[in-house]
Design a protein around this ligand. Sequence first.
Ligand code: NAD
Ligand code: UDP
Length: 309
Amino acid sequence: MRILVTGGAGFLGSHLCDRLLKDGNDVICLDNFFTGRKSNIAHLHGRPDFELVRHDVIDPFKFEVDQIYNLACPASPPHYQFNPIKTTKTSVMGAINALGLAKRVRARVFQASTSEVYGDPSVHPQPESYWGNVNPIGKRSCYDEGKRVAETLFFDYHRENKVDIRIVRIFNTYGPRMHPNDGRVVSNFIVQALKGEDITIYGDGLQTRSFCYVDDLIEGFVRLMNQTETVGPINIGNPGEFTMLQLAELTLKLVGGKSKIVYRPLPSDDPKQRRPDITLAQKYLNNWSPNVQLEEGLKRTIAYFKTQV
Ligand code: NAD
Ligand code: UDP
């Protein structure tokens, strides 16, 4: 198949490009390089089955493709809050443009949604049937509400225009090729520990997240895209749940060094807990479940950051 990956030069997108090429597909990677890097896909340059296009998804695009994975959007809170209006436009216009193309060329189209659609959840763990608890006017809203509107657009194009959609709700994912300045917690803690700097815990460190290793997530993406039982949304994540204090201590143990843990103010609307209910992924995605647990995934990610820092 010929497959378009928007946001293909980013952390997840570049791993997805690798996987799709490995499976024998031709890949077009579209990116505006806001948070993505050419170095993430440099190893693919010159391959006859790979093309790179610099383009912004808020402007329409046209390609003859069989499948579209729509990943373009900054994902880390400091980056998506840097230009919040642009973030909402990227989610909304990016979805409209991906869906418009899918409709024209009859391609199957996949949306990278997020656990952020659950906001600060009052149901725990979060099943796909939970409608969420999102502040519509806070600093995280540009991302959360942008992604919620994108899901709405996907379902309206599906119902009204018979567009063949798939939606994944991604829970915190980490691994090699995260940007050292990404700002998300796993890369922050590892980079701080490697540099011997203070480990910055926001708030009391008792808030929880569930961390999925990138390879497990990408396997889930491909399974969701290529089955016909459900359009989603489907949660993909690792149900192992950790406090940020536990993550800091584990990172320190694995990296070694002399970093101290310090406490910084909690950003507004920071969710207190998050853990995926993956019953539907197991049911529809051929018993998908994550294979790489946190300690092993952190070791692999630390090995990568040692080459970067
Ligand atoms: P990332 O920031 O590394 O990748 C995003 C990519 O999109 C970058 O290459 C960036 O340059 C590109 N991009 C941003 N705005 C664009 C625009 N207007 N036009 C074209 N390209 C644009 O982040 P990531 O972690 O790889 O996230 C990829 C997708 O997965 C995002 O849609 C994100 O919302 C979603 N997601 C990720 C996670 C996670 O934990 N990694 C969790 C939930 C959802
Ligand atoms: N966090 C932290 N220190 C950091 C970066 C983040 O304690 O240096 C916290 C953050 O406040 C949140 C959790 O770690 O409670 C996960 O943050 P991240 O930005 O990785 O993802 P998200 O909040 O979007 O799940």
